[in-house]
Each structure stands twice: as structure tokens, then as C-alpha cells.
Design a binder for this molecule. Structure first.
Ligand code: ADP
Ligand code: MG
Length: 215
């Protein structure tokens, strides 16, 4: 097993309350690793630390054996870490293609990705990863399963090699869940590492290589 990521002795305190207390978490390259725990166990908090939304009160993060500081979400993107949050972060009034490239080019530079290019990129990634989306549809008009695919593609187009999915099946039907599992296994075959957050043990056995239980 080749260790890709290690979070060591991580604590996160909000006021007097510890959302994470001395957590150790290690992920191997190319595995589907489930982070399992009841509601309130601290799963989302731990992953929000990994993507730089929160700073840990204590603890260290290592990527490929090197200690890293992840002090912003853009730093996490640079390190190849992407997350699909439980509550999607898409802009409903924009199209799938527009959401795909949103914020990717710094506005200051004056370089905008045009609409045609955005559609091209969306189609390219959609085909490459077998994640079917409609580039021209407005996000407000597409089903939740497709919104999730857009979120996954958004992370991939930004260069994520470690993909975190926060309770992705909570919003899906049984059939959509099956579809998602196939897509994730496909990503794994292409060398991606997946951290899959869940509080349901029964659903994850099908795709999980290893798991960490957070109490
Ligand atoms: P999980 O994702 O496992 O359900 P969370 O990481 O969301 O758990 O939350 C862990 C605990 O930390 C919960 O008790 C939650 O209320 C608390 N918590 C999470 N975020 C904050 C915050 N920003 N401020 C205060 N408490 C928080
Ligand atoms: Mg959560």
C-alpha cells in the first residue's frame, strides 16, 4: 500500500466543543476509502479541513510524505484535492457548461473562457469519465443526480486527483446510487483516489477498499 495522504492527530475546536479530537486518517493511492460515522461524528469537519475551508486547531497533514499547509480551498485545488459537498454549490441560473468553468480563470487577467469553449470542455470531460450531463441545460432544470455529476466533473476539470464525496448517496435513488458506484469504480480504474463519506455501512461494502470509522 502506497500512502498518499495522512492526517495526523487532527483536532478542531469550535468554542469549547471539539468537532474532531485527535483524529488519525490515512488514505492509500488509488483506493476508495470510506469515512464512516454517525451524524455529528465530525466527518464533514475533517474533510473541510482537508480542503482548506477550516484550519485545524491541532494536527498535521501529509501528502506523499511531505507536510502540507492547506490554508485555503484554492490551495487544496493546487494540491489536487477536490470535494463534492453534501449541499451542492452550483449556480442554478447558469448552464451546466457555465458552472463547469466558473471561476477557473482569474477575472483580473481579463481572459474569459467563452461559452463555446465551456461546452467543449464539458463534453470532453463528460465523455472521458462517462459522466453524462447536458452542457446547455440550466442547473435549475436538471435532476439532482445530474447536478452531482456536474459537481464531480467540476472537481475533475480543476485537476482533482483525490476526490472527496460527502454523503453522495443521501440525495440519490437506488438506481442513481448504482450508477454513481459504477462511475466511481471507473474513476478508480483511471488512477483517482476517492474518499467516500457515509453513515450507512450497508451501502458502502460494494465499493469500499478500506474504511475509517470516526466516533
Ligand atoms: P458529520 O459530518 O459527521 O455529521 P460534522 O463534521 O458536520 O459531522 O459535525 C461534527 C460536530 O461539530 C457536530 O456536533 C456539529 O454540530 C459541530 N460543528 C460542525 N461545524 C461547526 C461549526 N462551524 N461551528 C460549531 N460547531 C460545528
Ligand atoms: Mg456531514
Amino acid at each position: 500500500m502506497e500512502e498518499l495522504l495522512r492526517m495526523e492527530h487532527i483536532s478542531k475546536r469550535f468554542g469549547n466543543f471539539y468537532a474532531n479530537h485527535d483524529v488519525n486518517f490515512s488514505v492509500a493511492k488509488g483506493e476508495v476509502h470510506t469515512l464512516l460515522g454517525e451524524n455529528g461524528a465530525g466527518k464533514s469537519t475533517l474533510m473541510n479541513i482537508l480542503i482548506g475551508l477550516y484550519q485545524p486547531t491541532e494536527g498535521k497533514i501529509f501528502l506523499n510524505g511531505q507536510e502540507v499547509r492547506i490554508d485555503s480551498p484554492s490551495q487544496a485545488v493546487k494540491l489536487g484535492i477536490g470535494m463534492v459537498h453534501q449541499h451542492f454549490m452550483l449556480v442554478p441560473s447558469l448552464t451546466v457548461a457555465e458552472n463547469m468553468v466558473l471561476g477557473m480563470v482569474p477575472k483580473k487577467s481579463g481572459l474569459f473562457i467563452d461559452a463555446k469553449k465551456a461546452v467543449e470542455i464539458t463534453k470532453e470531460y463528460s465523455e472521458k469519465f462517462n459522466l453524462h450531463v447536458d452542457p446547455d441545460a440550466k442547473v435549475m432544470d436538471i435532476p439532482v443526480g445530474m447536478k452531482q455529476k456536474v459537481e464531480i466533473l467540476k472537481a475533475l476539470v480543476r485537476g482533482a486527483r483525490i476526490l472527496i464525496l460527502d454523503e453522495p448517496t443521501a440525495v440519490l435513488t437506488a438506481q442513481e446510487t448504482e450508477e454513481l458506484f459504477k462511475e466511481l469504480i471507473n474513476l478508480k480504474k483511471q488512477g483517482y483516489t476517492i474518499i467516500f463519506i457515509s453513515h450507512k455501512l450497508n451501502e458502502i461494502m460494494q465499493i469500499t477498499d478500506r474504511m475509517t470509522i470516526l466516533r
